[in-house]
Design a protein around this ligand. Structure first.
Ligand SMILES: C[S@@+](CC[C@H](N)C(=O)[O-])C[C@H]1O[C@@H](n2cnc3c(N)ncnc32)[C@H](O)[C@@H]1O
Length: 308
């Protein structure tokens, strides 16, 4: 077994090119790529487009399935297989090293497991690569939160994931604004958490969300709304469909008006807009995450108290 300082990355499905570009921009060296699996060196920051990330990978050249199983068992812990090749052999190793169990779902705002899932893969018949030092509390970083049928859109899953797994939560009674709120998934989550919500969209909210006494809706173009019309806002949420530079300007208006906490989706068309991501990250207290519930978009968070 050889210890390395290589990192194993498992890209979000369909975003391999985005991860590859992100790594190049960050000057990381890609030693190998097989489908969603990347082996890299000189990684300076955790890539947004990686669903799972395993540091200080170990390489081994086991001669048999039994030897491969022994490598993983000796390293200890729970293992998830990221092999993009040698599928049958990988499956046999996985079953003997750590038998996959039915995926465990956590409740919204429920207790979050702390144990990490190791990441391993066969790169070819001879080479096994594995890292126990991952940031995955779910196998391969695939988030599983129990869903609800109450919200009117699946967009609510973005906030559920963010609030449950990233320790971010507007306290009850916070004055929030939800830009691009229709049909009301985010507004529903915020109101369920006891926040006051001003829901702004050109389209209506689902009636069962609109009738919540904590929700006020404003049928308006979010770019024409001026902060003096709304009264003080503690948290601004935006899931607006617009180009990131336009959203950046809009965020600037609300920052100038004194808003200090933001959760905004940056939506991309075609290539991911790394330039805009970098501009957003320059705002103090900011970070960006690609949630499992995000498709070709990322979530920018900016908190008055900074990152947890
Ligand atoms: C992805 S949907 C939002 C889904 C919502 N977060 C939810 O949880 O149900 C984007 C919304 O942005 C709204 N939108 C786009 N441009 C807008 C604008 N200029 N002003 C207000 N709303 C806008 C659309 O009408 C659409 O409802």
């Amino acid at each position: 077994m050889e210890k390395t300082n290589q990192t194993l990355l498992y890209a979000f499905e369909g975003f391999e090119k985005d991860l590859s570009e992100e790594l190049s921009l960050g000057k990381a060296r890609i030693l190998e790529q097989q489908g969603r699996l990347f082996v890299v060196e000189n990684l300076l920051a955790r890539p947004v487009w990686a669903q799972a990330c395993g540091y200080n990978a170990v390489r081994a050249t086991p001669k048999s399935i039994t030897e491969s199983v022994k490598v993983l068992r000796d390293l200890g812990g729970k293992w998830a297989c990221a092999s993009q090749t040698r599928h049958r052999r990988s499956q046999l190793i996985q079953e003997q090293a750590y038998r996959p169990r039915p995926p465990q779902e956590i409740e919204f705002l429920g207790e979050v497991p702390t144990a990490r899932w190791g990441l391993w893969a066969l790169l070819d018949d001879q080479t096994l690569i594995a890292s126990a030092e991952t940031d995955s509390i779910f196998p391969l970083g695939e988030v599983r939160i129990k869903e609800s049928e109450a919200p009117p859109s699946r967009a609510y899953m973005k906030l559920w994931e963010l609030f449950t797994l990233h320790g971010i939560k507007p306290p009850p009674k916070s004055r929030t604004i939800d830009l691009g709120s229709s049909p009301g998934g985010w507004t529903w989550v915020l109101a369920e958490m006891g926040c006051q919500v001003l829901a702004v969209d050109k389209a209506p909210l689902a009636p069962h969300v609109a009738k919540n006494p904590l929700v006020k809706s404003l049928k308006k173009d979010a770019f024409k709304l001026v902060p003096t019309e709304t009264g003080p806002i503690d948290w601004l949420f935006s899931d607006l469909i617009c180009y990131p530079p336009k959203l950046f300007d809009l965020v600037g208006v609300w920052r100038e008006a004194g808003v200090k906490n933001f959760v905004c989706t940056l939506k991309f068309q075609g290539r991911s807009d790394f330039e805009s991501m970098a501009r957003f990250l320059e705002i103090p207290g900011s970070w960006i995450v690609h949630l499992c519930a995000n498709r070709h978009e990322v979530t920018w968070v900016c908190l008055e108290k900074g990152k947890n």
